[in-house]
Design a protein around this ligand. Structure first.
Ligand code: APR
Length: 313
């Protein structure tokens, strides 16, 4: 079988780390794509990464390119094209800049990579992934947004540190939009089956939920730009679930068609990812508080999506 092909659209901070993980894990041949003014930068990064394979013995290739034809036939596209947040900006502040970018990417993806499974990372995530699907008219199973895996990684880390347990044993899920209204679902969080409330006091849990919601902003404030290692690791977990038909149950931004009482927009829900892409959206029971938080989050997402819809195109 030919090696799989993974095109990374955007060769910046997250794109570079995505490529690094693809190389380390030998997931397939990689195209690190960026706009023409950044082509030589993408080529340099690709060469540097390809040279790293001398240490792990992998044969997968990495190329940098500004030519969409090089992405043709991709099995997976991971999109980070866009501008990241600066301190003081919310993800929603990026709409005006990143909508034209996602439209350009969508038009080219439709033309050159019609069969790819697409993972969108660009922010504001829920609106960007919606616009990508609308513009390409791809089936909902083939388009997904990366947010919940990252948010639940942050949630898991904070819980593990507070409880003094290995992160390996922490299971969390975060629903809703990828913003400050996200819903870390405490009733489904366990430390190997033991409810987190058994091990962590409620005031500490409340503080952890709050820190999780603001987890991206905490890093923006510290670094002056958005996070990239954990976002890349999260998207690669989703890509692996697809490439290896792992049927993983992961919280992801998926297109809702009536699930949880919502339709015609993307929001974070538990999904099963396998060779068929987003094979299923899993509907879990939520208590009244969680439902109310999800409703608030859905409203916030719908407001941003409405701005995108109004902007035409
Ligand atoms: N096509 C391809 N790449 C593009 C395009 C385009 N039309 N427009 C911009 N890019 C590229 C930029 O040239 C840049 O190299 O996208 C890259 C983005 O990289 P960074 O600025 O380093 O941003 P990064 O930290 O990787 O975040 C990318 O993901 O989490 C989100 O909020 C974040 O929206 C941001 C995105």
């Amino acid at each position: 079988m030919a090696r799989r092909k993974i095109s990374l659209i955007g060769a910046g901070n997250i794109g570079g780390e995505l490529a690094n993980l693809c190389v380390q894990k030998q997931l397939g041949d990689v195209v690190l794509f960026d706009i023409p003014p950044k082509e030589s930068f993408a080529q340099g990064k690709a060469l540097d990464l390809e040279q790293a394979t001398a240490q792990n013995g992998g044969d997968a290739t990495v190329i940098g390119s500004a030519n969409w034809e090089d992405c043709a036939g991709s099995d997976v596209l991971i999109i980070t094209a866009g501008i990241p947040r600066k301190p003081g900006q919310s993800r929603d502040d990026l709409v005006g800049i990143n909508v034209p970018i996602i439209r350009d990417v969508a038009d080219n993806a439709k033309k050159h990579c019609p069969d790819a499974f697409v993972i969108v990372i660009s922010n504001p995530l829920d609106a960007m992934v919606y616009e990508f699907m609308r513009r390409t008219n791809k089936p909902p199973a083939q388009v997904v947004g990366m947010a919940g895996v990252l948010d639940s990684s942050r949630f898991s880390l904070f819980l593990a540190r507070e409880a003094g347990v290995s992160i390996k044993d922490v299971r969390t899920t975060v629903l809703g939009g990828h913003g400050d209204t996200m819903v870390p679902v405490l009733s489904y969080c366990t430390i190997n089956g033991v409810g987190v409330r058994e091990l962590i006091a409620q005031d500490k849990l409340d503080a952890i939920v709050d820190r999780t919601r603001k987890g991206g902003g905490e890093i923006v404030k510290l670094m002056g730009t958005s996070a990239y290692f954990a976002p890349a690791a999260s998207a690669i977990a989703m890509a692996e679930a697809y490439l290896f038909d792992q049927k993983r149950l992961l919280p992801c931004a998926a297109y809702l068609e009536g699930q949880y009482g919502y339709k015609d927009f993307f929001m974070g829900v538990p999904v099963i990812i396998g060779a068929g892409g987003v094979e299923k959206i899993v509907e879990i029971d939520l208590n009244a508080d969680e439902k109310a938080m999800l409703e608030k989050s859905a409203k916030a997402v719908q407001e941003v999506v409405a701005v995108v819809k109004k902007s035409g195109g």
